[in-house]
Design a protein around this ligand. Structure first.
Ligand code: SME
Length: 155
């Protein structure tokens, strides 16, 4: 499967849960599957996880993730994640070392992409993906990660 086909298989998986939700499935189940599929399908993704907005505070706290130990808290004013949650716009960063506000949870990270999402109950968050390679993410990643994130509103 090429990259687009791999992304489409994840999109189809999410759609099957949206269209035919098993009674036992909650948003954590879906999120766990999606994070796992991303990390397993795409070898350039070394850290895949979510940060969630703390209610009534401009802070993100660490949610579910796969990879090395993540930072616990990110203020809206800091980090690529902070930029994404405060602008609600995707942040595609080919070289994190060129961004003064980047937060290095892992010294091995060289590029990053972050997309905004909202769950059904209004809870906001970001999907954060780090790569140990430079320039790992392109417009295909952006398109499909935005599509995947936009589907979280169903859960
Ligand atoms: N690099 C992120 C911090 C989170 S870690 O990548 C897991 C940022 O600058 O917001």
């Amino acid at each position: 499967m090429n990259k687009e086909e791999q992304y489409k298989s994840i999109v189809n998986f999410i759609d099957s849960y949206i269209n035919n939700p098993p009674y036992y499935v909650n948003r954590d189940t879906v999120l766990a599957h999606v994070l796992n599929m991303l990390k397993t399908n795409f070898k350039y993704m070394d850290w895949v996880g979510v940060y969630l907005k703390k209610d009534a505070e401009d802070l993100l706290y660490l949610g579910m993730y796969l990879g090395s130990i993540g930072c616990d808290l990110i203020p809206f004013s800091k980090g690529v994640c902070g930029k994404c949650i405060s602008t609600k716009e995707t942040q595609l960063v080919p070289n994190v070392h060129l961004l003064p506000y980047h937060i290095a949870c892992s010294s091995s990270t060289n590029s990053e992409i972050v997309t905004f999402f909202k769950f059904k109950d209004g809870k906001q968050g970001v999907l954060d993906i780090d790569s140990d390679e430079f320039d790992s993410f392109d417009e295909i990643d952006k398109k499909y990660l935005e599509e995947i994130s936009s589907k979280f509103i169903n859960f």
